[in-house]
Design a protein around this ligand. Structure first.
Ligand SMILES: Nc1ncnc2c1ncn2[C@@H]1O[C@H](COP(=O)(O)OP(=O)(O)OP(=O)(O)O)[C@@H](O)[C@H]1O
Length: 626
C-alpha cells in the first residue's frame, strides 16, 4: 500500500520500517544503517499466497480427474442404453388408439381391443392380431407416451441420428401426438425441452443446437423457417423446391434449408410455432388440410466432449408428422385431391419399403424412391434409431383404414415377436435386458454422485480463484481493491486534503519551486482521485473477498506515527538533504534506471528514496505499524 500526498507518494513500507524503529527518524539516513525496505511487497505473506496457489492447483487436478471419471461413466451409460435399444430393435413400432370423439358414430360393438403390446381387430367375423413394441390405449396421456419416447431422444444427444415418425389415417391423432395442444403438449415441444434439460445437466460434454422445419408436398420441399416473403405465397413455392444432397459418407444435407441456431427451449419453441404457422397457412390456395403433406422438424445436435472438449460429433433428431394415409377409392377423391393422395401414398409406401428392407438387413435399401426417404436416409440406416407411432381410429367405420395401417406397421416391424422366440432365447433376451438396465442405472447413479462432487470442486475452485484474484490482483491494481481496502486508501488519501492541509503545505513549501505542482498536475491528480473514489463505489457493490483487512491494519494521516514521519520528511526537505535524490527520482521513470546513479547503500533501502518513489505495485501489511 502506498500513500499519496500532494507532492509525494510515500511507501507505507518506509512508514512501517520507521515506525518499528523510531530512532531511525533522527539523523535519517546517514546516522543509521540502511533500513531493509522491501520493494516487492505484498499484503499477505508469500507462504499464504503459495498455499492458496497450491489449493487452486489441487482443485484443478481434482476437477480434471472427476471430469474424466464422469466421461467414462457416461460412456458406460451410453453403451448400455445403446445395447438396450438395439435389443429392443433399432426400428421400433408403437401403436396409439385415438379416443372416441363426439363426432364419431358410436356403435355398441368396438372392433379394436388392445393389450400392452398387442392389437386385436375383429371385423366381418375375422379376427386379426398385430404385435407392437408398445400399445397406447385411448386413455394414455401425452406424458405417458413421452416416457416411452424419451430414451430415443437421449440417444440423439448421445450422438445417434434419430427419427420419430407419426403415421396413420387422417384424423387419427398424428398431429395431436407430435404437436399436441397448449395444455397437452406433444412429442416435439417435450423433446425440445428435454434436449435442453439433459444437455444442461451433462457436464461431460457441451452441446449446441440448431433447428429446421420443412414440408414435403407432392414430392416438393418447402422451407418452413425461411424468411417470410419466400414462405408465404403459393407462387413462390417452386423457388422453395430445395435440393437434397448426399455426400460420399452418406450424410444428407438439404441445400439452402434454413437452419436456425437455438440456445434454449423458449427460443426453439418460438421457431417451432413459427414453422407450424407457416405450414398451416402456406397451402391455403392448394388444399384445406395440412394432412396432405409431411411436416418434418429437424434438430441438429452438435456435441463436443473429451479432453478440452476437443472431439465433436453431429447428430440429427427428425420428428415427422406424416401425411394421412388414405384409401383413395373409399374417399372417392378426384383431381388435385386425388393427386395429393397418390403422392402421399407413394411416399408412405416408399418409407415402408425402406424400413422393411432395413429390418430384413437387405443389401439394397430403396431410399431413392421418394423425397421423404431421401431426406431421412442417414437417419433411418445403420447406427441410427427410428420410432414409428402408428395411429388408428377406434371406430367401426374406419376398420378398413385401421387394418391398412396395422398391415403397414406389421411390414415395417418385420421381426419375430418375443412370444414367437423359443423359450430359452426369450429368457436369455430378458436376462440380458435386465442386466443392461441395471448397468445403466448404476452408471447413472455414479454419474450423479460424481456430478455433485464436481459441482462442489468447481465451486471451491471458483471461490479460491476469486479470493486469489481479489487479494493479489488488487495489490497490483489498487482500483480493483475490495471495499475495505478502498476505505483504508480513501482514508489515507483523502485525509490530507481535509484534515492535515498544513502538513501538505509544509511539504509543498519545502520543495524547490520546480518540484511544486503545476495546474496541469493538479488537474491530473484530481482526475485520479475521482477514479479512485469511483472504483470504491463500484467495489462496494461487488462481492467481498473473504480476506479482509481489519481496521487496525489501516493507517491514516491522522495517525500520530505517520504525522511524525511527514514532519520529519518536511524538516529534512527544508534542510535540503533530499534535493539530489528528489531530483533524480522526479522524472518518474523506473527505479532501475535511477538506481544506477544511487550509491549502493541507498539502493532499494533508502527511506528517502522510498519517500519519493512512486511504485504503485507496492503494498505492505499494515498490522506491524501499530
Ligand atoms: N389421444 C388423443 N386424445 C385426445 N384427443 C385426440 C387424441 N388423438 C387425436 N385427438 C383429437 O382428434 C382430432 C384429430 O386429430 P389430429 O388432427 O391430430 O389427427 P391427424 O391424424 O393429425 O389428422 P391429419 O392427418 O388430418 O393431420 C383432433 O381434434 C385431436 O385433438
Amino acid at each position: 500500500m502506498f500513500i499519496s500526498t500532494e507532492e509525494e507518494q510515500i511507501s507505507l513500507e518506509v512508514v512501517s520500517q520507521l515506525c518499528s524503529n523510531p530512532e531511525s527518524l533522527d539523523g535519517f539516513p546517514k546516522s543509521t544503517p540502511p533500513l531493509a525496505v522491501y520493494m516487492d511487497v505484498n499484503v499477505v505473506p508469500e507462504h499464504e499466497k503459495e498455499a492458496l496457489q497450491r489449493t487452486i492447483m489441487n482443485l484443478e487436478g481434482d476437477i480434471e480427474e472427476l471430469r474424466s471419471e464422469l466421461r467414462s461413466l457416461d460412456e458406460k451409460r451410453r453403451e448400455a442404453l445403446n445395447k438396450i435399444l438395439d435389443l429392443k430393435g433399432s426400428i421400433r413400432v408403437f401403436c396409439r388408439i385415438r379416443p372416441f370423439q363426439s363426432t364419431d358414430l358410436r356403435r355398441t360393438r368396438e372392433p379394436i381391443s388392445a393389450g400392452s403390446d398387442k392389437i386385436v381387430v375383429r371385423s366381418a367375423g375375422i379376427r386379426k392380431e398385430y404385435d407392437f413394441d408398445k400399445v397406447f390405449t385411448q386413455e394414455t396421456s401425452q406424458e405417458d407416451v413421452f416416457v416411452e419416447v424419451e430414451p430415443i431422444i437421449r440417444s440423439a444427444l448421445d450422438g445417434h441420428n434419430v427419427c420419430i415418425l407419426a403415421y396413420g389415417q387422417t384424423g387419427t391423432g398424428k398431429t395431436f401426438t407430435m404437436e399436441g395442444t397448449n395444455d397437452q403438449l406433444g412429442i416435439v415441444p417435450r423433446a425440445l425441452e428435454e434436449l435442453f434439460r439433459q444437455a444442461s445437466q451433462d457436464s461431460s460434454a457441451s452441446f449446441n443446437f440448431s433447428m429446421s422445419m420443412l414440408e414435403v408436398y407432392m414430392g416438393s420441399l418447402k422451407d418452413l423457417l425461411a424468411p417470410k416473403p419466400a414462405a408465404r405465397a403459393y407462387e413462390t413455392f417452386s423457388k422453395c423446391n430445395l435440393n437434397i444432397q448426399t455426400d460420399p459418407s452418406g450424410a444428407v444435407e438439404i441445400e439452402k434449408l434454413t437452419d436456425v441456431p437455438v440456445s434454449d427451449f423458449n427460443q426453439a419453441n418460438r421457431w417451432y410455432t413459427r414453422g407450424k404457422r407457416a405450414r398451416s397457412t402456406s397451402w391455403t390456395n392448394v388444399n384445406e388440410s395440412s394432412s396432405r403433406s409431411h411436416c418434418l422438424t429437424r434438430i441438429t445436435i452438435g456435441r463436443s466432449w473429451g479432453p478440452a472438449k476437443g472431439k465433436t460429433e453431429v447428430s440429427k433428431l427428425w420428428m415427422v408428422d406424416l401425411g394421412g394415409s388414405e384409401r383413395l377409392l373409399k374417399t372417392g377423391a378426384t383431381g388435385q385431391t386425388l393427386e395429393e393422395g397418390k403422392a402421399i401414398n407413394l411416399s408412405l409406401s416408399a418409407l415402408g419399403d425402406v424400413i422393411a428392407a432395413l429390418k430384413r438387413k437387405l443389401r439394397h435399401i430403396p431410399y431413392r424412391n421418394s423425397k421423404l426417404t431421401q431426406i431421412l436416409r442417414d437417419s433411418l440406416g445403420d447406427g441410427s434409431k427410428a420410432l414409428m407411432l402408428v395411429h388408428i381410429s377406434p371406430c367401426e367405420e374406419d376398420v378398413g383404414e385401421t387394418t391398412c395401417s396395422l398391415n403397414f406397421a406389421k411390414r415395417v416391424r418385420a421381426i419375430v415377436s418375443n412370444r414367437e422366440l423359443p423359450e430359452e432365447l426369450q429368457n436369455l433376451r430378458e436376462k440380458r435386458m435386465s442386466e443392461l438396465h441395471e448397468e445403466m442405472r448404476e452408471a447413472e447413479e455414479k454419474c450423479q454422485k460424481v456430478r455433485n462432487k464436481l459441482q462442489k470442486a468447481e465451486f471451491l475452485l471458483h471461490e479460491n480463484n476469486k479470493l486469489f484474484s481479489t487479494t493479489y490482483r488488487v495489490l497490483e491494481h489498487p482500483e480493483e481493491m475490495p471495499v475495505t481496502h478502498i476505505e483504508d486508501l480513501k482514508e489515507v488519501t483523502a485525509t490530507p486534503r481535509t484534515v492535515d492541509k498544513a502538513v501538505r503545505k509544509n511539504i509543498s513549501c519545502s520543495l524547490p519551486r520546480f518540484m511544486t505542482s503545476t495546474v496541469a498536475s493538479r488537474q491530473r491528480r484530481s482526475a485520479a482521485d475521482v477514479e479512485i473514489n469511483g472504483s470504491a463505489r463500484i467495489s462496494r457493490s461487488g462481492p467481498r473477498s473473504s480476506i479482509q483487512f481489519t481496521g487496525s491494519q489501516s493507517l491514516s494521516y491522522s495517525d500520530a506515527h505517520f504525522k511524525v514521519i511527514l514532519r520529519n520528511s518536511n524538516m529534512k526537505s527544508r534542510l535540503g538533504e533530499q534535493k539530489n535524490l528528489l531530483t533524480e527520482s522526479s522524472d518518474c521513470n523506473g527505479l532501475e534506471s535511477r538506481s544506477s546513479s544511487i550509491p549502493q547503500y541507498k539502493k532499494g533501502t533508502s527511506s528517502y528514496l522510498n519517500l519519493r518513489v512512486t511504485k504503485p505495485h507496492h503494498r505492505r501489511r499494515m498490522s506491524n505499524l501499530i
